[in-house]
Design a protein around this ligand. Structure first.
Ligand code: NAP
Length: 334
């Protein structure tokens, strides 16, 4: 059986290009003991993939040159050499950017497509949802009546952060690129306000929308937006450093915040998070979020692109702001 795969060919300098990838068709290998063959249905596109393409130390090993690109996936088991997994089972795992994967069952988790569409297990019910849930609730520590601001607000993590903050009784303002995204946040997701950083002065708009200041800032973007929000924080504010997508394709050093002394003045703190620290508690969080979805309090949105061949340009959509909600690649073109 032939398998379409994307391998990392070279490490990018700045924004990745088509030349960084090798698109190959290979034979699917035989299964060893405790392995399964997975037909991948959906591939998660994550900003973190850009970091995995770099050499050097991070919270996870870089993808090696010549290896299948790492990616979270959902799919169905076609063959099994492990009695715990049956043919036909649906699974979440890290099967990579390929049509079929022969993988050890160790890192696979069964999922139930009758409870939610498969792709949702890569979004609200998957890693981005867990990032929002634990990052906001355990590090942001929002209290009812407080003001929560989130950047990258119309994306996979941001949409969930804002909605959970609303569920917890906070005032929520999102920062996103473009009028459509801002309208979506307010009209569809119930945010109290939204700032289009591409056409507005973020600092001025924050002052107008958050006159008492910002208690919790959940930052997905870094750079100038982080600096602008730092000027508006309140006493004892919590700033959650989830990501800094504005910096991932830099060819110059990351731009750190120059307004960090507002932390001192306001006795505030800034703390980084890594979603994997909460793996043990994912099931509990996913159950609570599934409950919120059922009650209509949490809306899930996936942005689906079809055809594995489109992987390189689909990944770049994240950096161009072309996705709304969780960006996933459906392996099949139809
Ligand atoms: P996403 O928000 O769905 O997609 C990325 C969005 O970032 C784009 O749609 C774009 O929206 C915005 N963006 C891109 N370049 C930008 C720039 N230069 N300035 C401002 N905004 C820019 O992605 P996601 O999966 O939810 O991830 C969001 C962040 O969380 C990323 O930084 C990611 O690395 C981080 N993350 C961290 C963890 C963790 O464990 N710490 C886990 C998951 C994700 P606009 O149109 O609004 O610009």
């Amino acid at each position: 059986m032939k398998n379409k795969q994307f391998l990392l060919k070279t490490r990018p300098v700045g924004t990745p290009t088509r030349d960084n990838w090798d698109y190959v068709e290979t034979e699917v290998p035989e299964l060893a003991d405790k392995q399964v063959l997975v037909k991948v249905a959906f591939i998660s596109l994550d900003p973190a993939m850009r970091g995995w393409m770099n050499d050097g130390k991070s919270y996870i090993e870089p993808v090696q040159i010549g290896a299948v690109m790492r990616a979270s996936t959902v799919g169905q088991i076609l063959k099994s050499n492990d009695p715990k997994f049956q043919v036909g089972d649906y699974v979440y795992g890290h099967c990579g950017v390929q049509q079929y994967a022969v993988v050890d069952t160790q890192g696979l988790h069964k999922i139930d497509p009758s409870l939610a569409p498969l792709e949702r297990y890569l979004g609200v019910l998957g890693m981005p949802g867990m990032t929002a849930y634990f990052g906001l609730l355990e590090t942001g520590l929002p209290k009812a009546g407080e003001t929560v601001v989130v950047s990258g607000a119309a994306g996979a993590v941001g949409t969930v952060v804002g909605q959970i903050a609303k569920i917890k009784g906070c005032k929520v303002v999102g920062i996103a690129g473009g009028a459509d995204k801002c309208r979506y946040l307010v009209d569809e997701l119930g945010f109290d306000g939204a700032i289009d950083y591409k056409s507005e002065n973020v600092k001025k708009s924050l002052k107008a929308l958050c006159p008492k200041g910002v208690d919790v800032f959940f930052d997905n973007v870094g750079g100038e937006i982080l600096d602008d929000v730092l000027t508006q924080i309140r006493m004892k504010a919590r700033i959650v450093i989830c990501g800094a997508i504005s910096q991932y394709n830099n060819t110059t050093p990351v731009k750190g915040p120059s307004n960090y002394l507002t932390l001192l003045v306001n006795r505030a703190r800034m703390e980084g998070i890594v979603v994997f620290d909460n793996v043990a508690n994912y099931p509990k969080a996913a159950a609570e979020m599934a409950g919120w979805i059922k009650e209509g309090k949490l809306k899930a949105k996936e942005h689906v692109v079809k055809g594995i061949e489109r992987f390189p340009e689909t990944l770049l959509m994240l950096f161009k702001g072309e996705n709304m909600g969780k960006l996933v690649l459906k392996v099949d073109a139809e």
